[in-house]
Design a protein around this ligand. Structure first.
Ligand code: HEC
Length: 135
């Protein structure tokens, strides 16, 4: 009885550890995929801005907002990272709004601000504190 309970506990612990490892690997893969999609949508948006394709700007901006809300996006659990994510989402949202209003100047501005937010967060990831002030 006792031994079987110990064995049972051990099995549960080992299984649990295995799941943690697999979960972490999946999270890393998800993060990389999300970041790749992020880049693609941003490139599509630049093209759409150049061509004044508002529908494409709007749908790609919406995808960026969606990506920033996925768990795989949360690659770091720091307040700064959450702040950079929020900033990114805000610019993606105003980009969407500008496209909806068919305002190309506002869209271009929002795109530029979005680009700054890419750089700020990446600077932060590299541990460059100067990046937090958006220079
Ligand atoms: C809130 C933070 C944050 C913002 C904002 C952000 N990124 Fe990232 N980005 C990350 C993280 C985290 C990674 C993964 C880095 C790592 O740990 O390897 C990453 C990785 C990448 C990669 C490399 C993907 C790969 O295959 O390894 C590219 C390209 C990229 N980002 C582009 C962008 C672009 C373009 C923007 C702006 C439109 C942007 N990022 C905005 C956090 C961010």
């Amino acid at each position: 009885m006792k031994l079987s309970r110990i064995v049972g506990t051990l099995v549960a612990v080992v299984a649990g550890l295995g799941m943690v490892t697999v979960g972490q690997a999946r999270q890393d893969l998800e993060t990389r995929e999300i970041m790749q999609h992020k880049l693609q949508h941003t490139q599509f948006i630049l093209k759409a801005i150049a061509l004044q394709d508002f529908a494409s700007i709007q749908s790609n901006a919406a995808q960026l907002v969606k990506l920033s809300q996925m768990t795989g996006w949360q690659a770091r659990q720091t307040p700064e990272y959450a702040l950079f994510s929020m900033e990114f989402r805000r610019h993606a949202e105003s980009l969407g709004k500008a496209a909806k209003a068919k305002n190309i100047d506002a869209a271009t501005l929002a795109y530029t601000q979005l680009t700054f937010s890419c750089v700020s967060c990446h600077k932060h990831l590299r541990g460059d504190s100067a990046g937090t002030k958006g220079g």
